[in-house]
Design a protein around this ligand. Structure first.
Ligand code: NAP
Length: 323
């Protein structure tokens, strides 16, 4: 006998993609159930925007908006249309048959006709002393230059960008618009970034490469003042005075709970094989936001794909499981 509660649509996640999907699905009377996640040391319901001080590039907020305030508004808007929310994780899924099966953190078993996965990605952090404290307090440490780099605090200052990939190149170039000097701190003597991005970076007079170097500590009471770095070849340590640090060492999509239930891209993001669609390798399962987007990674693009996923789920249900 099947005792699991059955849902038409379960949405997993609580960032811009998940709430936008919920708003659209609820207004289409699909009565979505959102698993918004639970509180842990590295993640809270609301996702990455909960760690963003000021969002200045989301259209509709001419004066900017704090990340947490924006997510509270997204959530309230979904609740207004009778979205049901559970503050728990989905711990595992079984998509091998129909209906789809999900198990929540508290052991609750659910079945569903459709699922939208919008669990996002976490920025990879260095994990050194001082980093997390100053990132969470808005003390000049961030993993998103596009989000935080234009704040007045960084104007005319010396900024460190950590990493050697395209994101680090992009962040460093972005920061040259505001900073007096941008130090790119990379652990090797060769960049991973594409040649064109490397060339652009190296041609910019405000950029200085600090090779073979890792950050060991971020120092500062309320605001970052210095970083302690180590030369990986000699082991020699020294301190560099900086007014900001952007960590750009990659992202980790939150797909661990999926096991082998769904096809992932080689870099771990959920594969959405049809261009401009959110369909995944499993019929009736859609993916939206940063868990499937390794390219744009913006709140506004996440919201856009959340809308797409809800419309596709609605159409899928209306057509009795046909794409
Ligand atoms: P990435 O290519 O994986 O590069 C991560 C960088 O961080 C690497 O240089 C790596 O060093 C370094 N790193 C990783 N862990 C570290 C640690 N613990 N301490 C110090 N350094 C560490 O990630 P990404 O730059 O975010 O790019 C992800 C994907 O998006 C790539 O495919 C990229 O091409 C794409 N992307 C494209 C654009 C664009 O085309 N405009 C912009 C952004 C991203 P090592 O090199 O030594 O491994």
């Amino acid at each position: 006998m099947d005792e699991a509660r059955h849902e038409r649509l379960v949405i997993i996640g609580s960032g811009p993609a998940a709430w936008t999907a919920a708003i659209y699905a609820a207004r289409a009377q699909l009565e979505p159930l959102v698993y918004e996640g639970s509180f842990s040391a590295t993640m809270v319901p609301g996702g990455q925007l909960m760690f963003t001080t000021e969002v200045e590039n989301y259209p509709g907020f001419p004066a900017g908006v704090s990340g947490p305030a924006m997510m509270a508004d997204f959530r309230d808007q979904a609740l207004r249309f009778d979205t049901r929310v559970v503050t728990d994780n989905v711990d595992s899924v079984d998509f091998s048959g129909r209906p789809l099966r999900l198990t929540a953190g508290d052991g609750t078993e659910l079945t569903a006709d459709t699922v939208i996965i919008a669990t996002g990605a976490n920025a990879r952090w260095l994990g050194v002393p001082g980093e997390e404290r100053l990132a969470q307090s808005g003390g000049g440490v961030s993993a998103c230059a596009v989000c935080d780099g234009a704040l007045p605090h960084f104007r005319g200052k010396v900024i460190a960008v950590v990493g050697g990939g395209d994101s680090a190149m992009e962040d460093a170039l972005y920061m040259t618009k505001f900073a007096s000097e941008v130090l790119v701190i990379h652990r090797r003597d060769e960049l991973r970034a594409s040649k064109i991005m490397q060339e652009r970076l190296l041609a910019n007079p405000k950029v200085k490469l600090v090779w073979n170097t890792v950050v060991r500590e971020v120092i500062g009471d309320d605001v970052i003042e210095r970083i302690r770095v180590e030369d990986v070849n000699t082991g020699e340590q020294r301190e560099i005075a900086v007014d900001g640090m952007f960590v750009a060492i990659g992202h980790v999509p939150n797909t661990g709970f999926l096991g082998n239930a769904i096809e992932l891209k080689p870099n771990g993001y959920i594969a959405t094989p049809v261009p401009w669609r959110t369909v995944t390798s499993v019929p009736g399962v859609f993916a939206a936001g940063d868990v499937m987007d390794d390219f744009y990674r913006q709140a506004v693009t996440a919201a856009g794909t959340g809308c797409m996923a809800a419309l596709e789920a609605e159409r899928w249900l209306a057509h009795g499981g046909e794409e």
